[in-house]
Design a protein around this ligand. Structure first.
Ligand SMILES: C[S@@+](CC[C@H](N)C(=O)[O-])C[C@H]1O[C@@H](n2cnc3c(N)ncnc32)[C@H](O)[C@@H]1O
Length: 333
C-alpha cells in the first residue's frame, strides 16, 4: 500500500535540506559565479528533482525500446541552464537584505545529474546558455562533481541552438526530458520552441505568467510592450489574449489555457503547475507537456499530485524554512 503523502511542511523541509546540501557542494567550485532568485525558485527545483527521479526510473535503458519509436538513449536538455549555482535571497525586506539572508541551491543541470536514478543516468545532458561566464562555471562544476556524465554545453542564444539540438536527438533516436526556464519573455519565441516540441519527449516550460499579465495591462498603452508580447506569444495566442484584456477579463487561468492550447498542437497531454510567490501571488506557471504513450502516460498522476502540492505552498513557506536550515534561526516561525 502506498504511504500517506507527507505533510507540506515536512515535504518542503526534506527537499530543501537535500537541495541545499548539493548547493553547498556546487559552491565549492567558482563560488563567485551564480544566478540569483527569490524563495519561490526552490519550488521549481523540487518539481524538477522529483520528475528526473521518476522519469529516469521509468525510462530505464531496457525499457526504452518498449515505448515504441526505436529509442536508443535518453537525454536531458536544459534550455537557459544558468551557472549550476543559485543564490536564493529569502530576506523579508530590504533592511533584512543587509543581513545577507540567503541560501545556496544547485542549478537545473546539476539536479538532472544528481537525481537521475543511479542505474539509469541520462546518456547525455545538453545545456544551453548565452552567458559564457555562467556556462563556463557550469562546465567546471559538472567536471568536478559529475566527471563521468556525458555533457554537451552549448554557448549561444537558445533560438539559434534549438534547431541543432532537435536534429541531433532525431539522428540519435533519443527520447528527451527538457526544461525551458524562461528568464523573460524576450528570451525565446514560443514558436521556436516547436523544433523541440515536435520531437518525442517530455517538456517543462516555466512561463512568467504574472509578469505577462502586467505586460498585457501596459501593452494596451505602449506599442513597444505590445510588439514584444506579440513576438513571444505569436499571432494567434496574442490575439486571443489581447481581446480578453481589452474586455478586462484576462486572468491567469485564461492565459494558462491559451498557452496550453499552443503546446497541445504538439503534445497530447499538457498540465500546468503554479509556482507561487506568496499566498495570493503567482510567480510563474510551470507547463508540463508530454506525448501520450500506449497504455497511458505514467507521469500524469505524479504531475497532478505535484500540482495539488504546489497549489498549497509558496515562496513564503520556503522563506520560513531556509533560516532554520542555514542556522540563522532555531525554529520555524
Ligand atoms: C532563469 S535562469 C536559468 C536557471 C536555471 N535553469 C536553473 O534552474 O538553475 C535563465 C538563464 O537564461 C539565460 N538566457 C537568457 N536569455 C537567453 C537566450 N536567449 N538564450 C540562451 N540563454 C539565455 C541567462 O543567461 C540565465 O542564465
Amino acid at each position: 500500500m502506498a504511504g500517506r503523502p507527507k505533510k507540506d511542511e515536512q515535504y518542503l523541509e526534506e527537499h530543501l535540506e537535500t537541495l541545499t546540501k548539493l548547493g553547498t557542494k556546487s559552491r565549492q567550485v567558482m563560488p563567485q559565479e551564480y544566478n540569483t532568485f527569490g524563495p519561490w525558485t526552490p519550488l521549481k527545483l523540487i518539481v524538477l528533482k522529483n520528475y528526473v527521479d521518476v522519469y529516469t526510473k521509468i525510462l530505464h535503458r531496457e525499457r526504452l525500446g518498449s515505448i515504441g519509436h526505436g529509442f536508443k538513449s535518453k537525454v536531458f536538455i536544459d534550455v537557459f541552464c544558468g551557472s549550476g549555482l543559485n543564490k536564493i535571497d529569502y530576506a523579508p525586506n530590504r533592511r533584512a537584505k543587509d543581513a545577507q539572508l540567503h541560501a545556496w541551491f544547485p542549478g537545473s543541470t546539476l539536479i538532472a545529474s544528481e537525481y537521475a536514478s543511479h542505474d539509469s543516468k541520462f546518456d547525455e545532458i545538453i545545456s544551453i546558455d548565452k552567458d559564457k561566464r555562467k556556462l563556463d562555471a557550469l562546465v567546471s562544476r559538472m567536471r568536478a562533481l559529475y566527471a563521468s556524465q556525458p555533457f554537451l554545453p552549448l554557448c549561444g542564444r537558445a533560438e539559434d541552438k534549438l534547431q541543432e539540438v532537435g536534429t541531433k536527438i532525431t539522428q540519435e533516436k533519443a527520447h528527451y526530458l527538457a526544461l525551458v526556464d524562461y528568464e523573460d519573455i524576450k528570451s525565446l519565441r514560443l514558436d521556436i520552441l516547436e523544433s523541440l516540441l515536435k520531437e518525442r519527449g517530455d517538456v517543462f516550460v516555466t512561463i512568467l505568467a504574472s509578469g505577462m499579465l502586467r505586460c498585457f495591462g501596459k501593452s494596451l498603452e505602449s506599442d513597444n510592450s505590445r510588439a514584444t508580447l506579440r513576438r513571444f506569444l505569436t499571432g494567434d495566442v496574442f490575439d486571443a489574449l489581447e481581446s480578453k484584456a481589452l474586455d478586462g477579463r484576462l486572468d491567469i487561468s485564461y492565459l494558462a489555457s491559451e498557452i496550453a492550447s499552443k503546446f497541445r498542437q504538439h503534445k497530447e497531454i499538457v498540465e500546468w503547475i503554479p509556482i507561487r510567490k506568496g499566498s495570493n501571488g503567482y510567480q510563474y506557471l510551470m507547463f508540463f507537456a508530454v506525448s501520450e504513450t500506449s497504455g497511458g502516460n505514467p507521469f500524469v498522476k505524479m504531475i497532478n499530485g505535484t500540482k495539488d502540492r504546489m497549489s498549497r505552498i509558496s515562496g513564503e513557506n520556503v522563506a520560513k524554512i531556509l533560516p532554520v536550515l542555514s542556522g540563522v534561526q532555531r525554529r520555524i516561525c
